[in-house]
Design a protein around this ligand. Structure first.
Ligand SMILES: [Fe+2]
Length: 246
């Protein structure tokens, strides 16, 4: 199995199209979608349609999918996120809304001992940002590998013996070799709204046979996405941040 691992596309069809073109060149036969397909960006329906068509898709919902599909309220969102969530809710097609509402809450198994989730395997809304939080996840659940999103920061928490450390993935292509006896929480980064000061779209390819996760970053037409965000009347910061990777 070679799986394309996507997270936090956030209605950014330019970033998604670029990521899919690059992933197709790398080759994959399965797709793992870690949530937040929509929210923030200007093309929710196009994004949902494109992701639905991907091979061997398994997905979980993100907090933005939950709110945009009407399953939750935007009470905990900041001003820009709330404005975009309500705009997305009003813009979604009935089919798109139904698809998002049907995405299950994580974690889900995609193979034996391997999970996908949005925030953390313990809480879909948790931002997994430090080693202590990662340690609690490793202690609570018996996975060897778990893909997560939500923070928009690519890299991996690695449990080696009793020690947990984070290995950030920086640069155009980073290969993480999965070692026997170690356990991993892996974030592929964000396709549609990177936040690590690198504006290029991020995704990963998991090669089960080779025991590797390869992180990719590819430049896309962020100026075009920003233009559409402004034209839709969404908060301007949502466009500006795409150019900064913030
Ligand atoms: Fe997100």
């Amino acid at each position: 199995m070679r799986a394309l691992v996507l997270s936090d596309v956030h209605s950014n069809i330019e970033a998604l199209a670029t990521a899919l073109e690059s992933a197709a060149a790398a080759g994959y036969d399965r797709t793992l979608a870690l949530g937040d397909l929509v929210g923030y960006g200007p093309d929710p329906n196009e994004t949902v349609d494109a992701v639905r068509a991907l091979p061997g898709l398994m997905g979980v919902r993100g907090n933005h999918d939950r709110v945009a599909s009407g399953l939750g309220d935007a009470g905990e969102f900041n001003h820009a996120a709330r404005a975009a969530a309500l705009w997305t809710r009003a813009s979604l097609s009935p089919g798109g809304r139904e698809f998002l509402a049907g995405l299950p809450q994580g974690p889900r198994h995609f193979t034996d001992g391997a999970l996908l989730c949005h925030g953390s395997p313990l809480d879909e809304d948790q931002y997994l940002l430090d080693a202590g939080q990662a340690r609690r996840c490793f202690a609570a659940l018996p996975f060897a590998l778990c893909f997560y999103g939500h923070t928009h920061l690519p890299g991996a928490f690695v449990l080696e013996g009793e020690h947990v450390h984070f290995e950030p993935a920086a640069g155009e292509r980073t290969v993480l070799a999965l070692q026997p006896g170690r356990r991993y929480l892996v974030n592929p980064g964000s396709v549609g709204q990177p936040r690590d000061r690198d504006p290029r779209c991020g995704f990963a390819i998991y090669d089960e046979a080779a025991r590797t996760v390869t992180f990719h970053r590819v430049a896309y037409a962020a100026e075009e996405t920003r233009r559409k965000i402004l034209a839709a009347g969404l908060p301007s910061w949502l466009g500006d941040r795409l150019l900064l990777g913030a």
